[in-house]
Ligand binder design. Structure first.
Ligand SMILES: Cc1ncc(C[n+]2csc(CCOP(=O)(O)OP(=O)(O)O)c2C)c(N)n1
Ligand SMILES: [Mg+2]
Length: 580
């Protein structure tokens, strides 16, 4: 006989489809849903199932908070929304999650079944709306299929290459009586990712081991897929076993210990003069073998597909075979990174690695020399007392407060680049989160709220520009209401910095949108119940960070920062001499 499950008590006549949905979610380990009251029937019944609502002020924050939560917890979050306007506001966050392979299940209250295609108040074609930003969209037409569809949604979101899935639930469905058959006996709990670990072809793994053992100048470039797969320890083992220099993309930052003697930091479009990886271009340029792991080989991660030499061979390990060979013809390792690296390490243990062993001392020396010259190059900036404040100084102060457990979330624009270059992560698997899927400004703050929900005991810092933060001010109150305590640092340079600098370089002028009127973010924060601290002098940064740590409420530090401080983007090098 099928085991009894806690799905719902089908014997009670007042049970509805809403209860069936909640029981299925509970079975998948869901204990919170990101939403704003709708679908009401779900939220009103949710406490019965031990599921609570995490609400927000702007619906676009929902999937962004869920994204931050998923990246830290490796759990599949659930987001809910109303049809039409609410669904439209899901698109930006879903787009980010789709591009960066972060799963979530989105439940959208859709037009009631009797009203389809009659210009119902908030009707939209949700299939077309969501097609570009989801792995799957389905409409659930009958209460007796709810468990089928919820299970399918979790399987699709968390399986293979993870990503968002949307279920459209007609508004009248929630009140349908619970069918007596559905769900009974189901025990599958599918709310974690990666859902199914599959290993790459063993013969391809053997060939990869041979290539690595025989290469003169191999290099690993690890991406966010290593975090998704939780393959950090296997990568660390590979780095040491085969004495491989390991670089990461922005998404991959933290997958290796960045102070390990064989770690070269973040590479890609940020290798300009004052970048931490500036001195390591040679390691990439002379590579005869590039091992890409969980790496989309996207524009920024490859600096316009320019950082690898033409003659290099590639090994590419990814869960999505479509990514393998997209930009570089490669030995194909299609599978889960953790499982495949375990097997690869096993294969390498049985090989002659004397060539790799012999290369180690030279590499360690080269990497150490790069670190030293970086430290000399940026000493004046990280120690700068200038006002307005240099972002590099802010980063140095922040780095000194980071613990191995700290999570740093940076918004798009320069904040990501400052953090990636100037805050080194000295722990395997430490987390840096940044919206690199669409590189949209304004995603970072809600992501930070979600990250803190996933790791309530970890210190969480958010770093963002003033332009991007204006996209998400509304969520300040959310943090207070939900009891989310974090530190937010705003680089208040009164300008769309990256945008302005790119226009100045590209066109010799910038548009009128780039400069803002002064904004007092500390006052905005205080108005929402935060501790708000304005910092105008460099020596005020450290005390402000300490106050943030000590406070019982979240703290915003509004740093009046230098508008003429371009981040070390390679393409910007030496091109912004005159800055106005
Ligand atoms: C949603 C969105 N719109 C536009 C852009 C283009 N963009 C890239 S950086 C940037 C400026 C961001 O300014 P701010 O957040 O103040 O950061 P700063 O560069 O000044 O540190 C803009 C508008 C973007 N990335 N995302
Ligand atoms: Mg700015």
């Amino acid at each position: 006989m099928a085991p009894e499950t806690e799905t719902y008590d089908s014997g009670r006549s007042n049970r509805t489809a809403a209860h069936v949905i909640l029981a299925a979610l509970k079975r998948h380990g869901v204990d919170k849903m990101f939403g704003q009251s709708i679908p009401s029937q779900l939220y009103l019944a949710a406490p019965e199932f031990g599921i609570r609502q995490v609400s927000f002020r702007t619906e676009k924050a929902g999937p962004m908070m869920a994204d931050g939560f998923a990246r830290i917890s490796n759990r599949v979050p659930v987001v809910t929304s109303i049809s039409g306007p609410g669904a439209a506001l899901l698109v930006p966050g879903l787009g980010e999650a789709f591009k960066t392979s972060i799963p979530m299940v989105v439940l959208i209250q859709d037009t009631p079944r009797p009203h389809t295609d009659r210009n119902h108040a908030q009707d939209l074609d949700h299939f077309d709306l969501l097609r570009a930003v989801t792995k799957m969209v389905r409409r659930v037409g009958r209460a007796d299929r709810i468990d089928d569809y919820i299970d399918m949604a979790f399987t699709t979101a968390a399986g293979g290459r993870p990503g968002p899935v949307a279920l459209l639930l007609p508004g009248d469905l929630f009140n349908d009586p619970a069918p007596t058959t559905t769900g009974a006996g189901r025990i599958a709990s599918l709310g974690r990712f990666p859902l199914d670990r599959v290993m790459a072809d063993p013969s391809a793994i053997a060939r990869a081991a041979e290539l690595i053992a025989g290469a003169e100048n191999p290099v690993i470039v690890a991406g966010g897929g290593v975090h998704v797969s939780q393959a950090q320890n296997e990568l660390a083992r590979l780095q040491d076993l085969a004495s491989l220099p390991v670089a990461t993309t922005m998404m991959g930052k933290g997958v290796v210990d960045e102070v390990h003697p064989l770690s070269v930091g973040v590479v890609g479009y940020v290798m300009g003069r004052q970048a931490a990886s500036h001195g390591y271009r040679a390691i990439l340029e002379r590579a005869d073998l590039v091992f890409l792991i969980g790496n989309r080989t996207n524009q920024n991660g490859t600096d316009n597909w320019s950082i690898f030499p033409r003659g290099a061979r590639f090994i590419h390990l990814d869960i999505d075979g479509q990514e393998v060979g997209r930009n570089y013809e490669a030995e194909r390792l299609v599978g889960d990174a953790r499982l495949t690296l375990q097997a690869l390490n096993g294969a390498l243990e049985n090989r002659d690695l004397s060539r790799r062993d012999a290369a180690r001392a030279g590499l360690v020396q080269e990497i150490e020399a790069g670190r030293k010259s970086f430290a000399i190059e940026v000493a004046g900036l990280v120690g700068s007392d200038a006002a307005p404040i240099r972002p590099e100084r802010v980063m140095a102060e922040l780095e000194s407060r980071m613990t191995p457990e700290s999570i740093l979330v940076a918004d798009a624009s320069y904040a990501t680049i400052w953090a990636a270059n100037y805050v080194r992560f000295a722990r395997v698997g430490q987390r840096f989160i940044s919206p690199r899927g669409l590189a949209g400004i304004g995603w970072g703050f809600p992501m930070a709220l979600g990250a803190k929900l996933a790791a309530p005991d970890a210190p969480v810092w958010f770093l963002g520009g003033d332009g991007g933060f204006a996209h998400s001010w509304g969520e300040l109150e959310t943090a207070r209401r939900e009891g989310i305590k974090l530190g937010a640092i705003i680089l208040n340079n009164q300008v769309l910095g990256y945008q302005k600098d790119a226009e100045d370089i590209g066109f010799g002028a910038h548009s009128t949108a780039c400069h803002f009127e002064p904004v007092d973010h500390a006052a905005i924060a205080r108005a929402c119940g935060w501790q708000g601290i304005r910092v105008e002098a460099a020596d005020e940064i450290a005390p402000a960070l300490a106050k943030a740590e000590e406070a019982s409420v979240p703290t915003l530090i509004d740093v009046i920062s230098d508008p003429n401080a371009p981040a070390p983007i390679t393409a910007f090098d030496g091109k912004l001499q005159v800055q106005t």
